[in-house]
Design a binder for this molecule. Structure first.
Ligand code: 13P
Length: 286
């Protein structure tokens, strides 16, 4: 089972989200979203090659079933945009981060306003590598998410606990706190149109994957917490992705779960054939 049917509440949520103009890339929960976060890999020549190979590996039926997005490094975005448009490839372009201000004296940073000009649809904010290695707080993540929304793109807001937090039984509370801080002050329609990625830190780049039932449990928790904080229409509309060592071999079992609406893939998205097999998880479902 690869698709989840929309309830009337979800239809209502996505209708009100698009009416509020906050949902440039949002296609709704009836279509899984599979995103490839390339992190600091692939220069712009390699980006063009990877996108062309991916387009070769996917066909129109695949795009009909799954929404696909790639998130190359900033320096590749213009080349990626050009090849996607020139070859009419229906893959969305994503970014990995942005600054919260539109412009200013922020050496080395890139604004959401600039990304919007490159036809970027999705922007990852609050990835655990940003939180852990670059000290990003929930407050910073919140400001970035707002800036992405202001420029009519869709934030992919990342949350997830460390191994120690899970071992101490704090995983649910940690994720609740990250959601509260990162989505603070956003209205029901905005939250219903965005994407949350649950990425347990201990599963990222380690080959350790959360079991499908643990991933489902936390993704359901994310939805319940959003329902409490932002309303039932937000919970019905928000897309919740799982990330952390997603591979062709485990993608189908993860994505058949009712609260998992797609995947945020790191390492396995660097190879076009491997990523295409994750996109096409429906063909490998048991
Ligand atoms: P891996 O798929 O390499 O574990 O990375 C997951 C991730 O961090 C995606 O954002």
């Amino acid at each position: 089972m690869q698709n989840k049917r929309k309830t009337s509440g979800q239809v209502e949520a996505s209708a009100s989200a698009s009416a509020s103009g906050t949902s440039a890339g949002s296609k709704g929960r009836d279509k899984p979203l599979v995103c490839g976060n390339w992190k600091m890999n692939h220069n712009h020549f390699e980006a063009i090659q990877t996108i062309q190979k991916l387009a070769y590996a996917l066909n129109s039926d695949d795009y009909h079933h799954v929404e696909v997005c790639v998130h190359p490094p900033f320096t590749d975005l213009r080349s990626a945009q050009t090849v996607l448009q020139a070859d009419n490839i229906p893959i969305a372009l994503g970014a990995q981060d942005c600054h919260s201000a539109d412009a200013g004296a922020f050496t080395g940073e890139v604004s959401a306003a600039m990304l919007a000009k490159l036809d970027v649809t999705y922007v990852i904010v609050g990835h655990s590598e940003r939180r852990g290695l670059f000290g990003e707080s929930d407050e910073v993540v919140n400001a970035k998410a707002r800036s992405v929304l202001r420029h009519a793109m869709t934030p992919i807001v990342c949350v997830g606990e460390t191994f120690d937090q899970r071992r101490a039984g704090e995983a649910h509370e940690v994720v609740s706190q990250q959601l509260a801080g990162s989505l603070d002050g956003l209205d029901e329609a905005a939250v219903g149109a965005l994407v949350v990625a649950y990425e347990p830190v201990w599963a990222i780049g380690t080959g350790e994957t959360a079991t499908p039932s643990d991933a489902q449990d936390m993704c359901a928790h994310v939805r319940a917490r959003i329902s409490q904080g932002w309303g039932s229409a937000a919970a019905a509309g928000v897309r919740v992705l799982y990330g952390g060592s997603v591979k062709p071999v485990n993608a189908a079992d993860l994505m058949e779960k009712s609260d998992i609406d797609g995947a945020l893939v790191g390492g396995a998205s660097l190879n076009a054939e491997e990523f295409a097999r994750i996109v096409n998880h429906r063909l490998y479902a048991t």
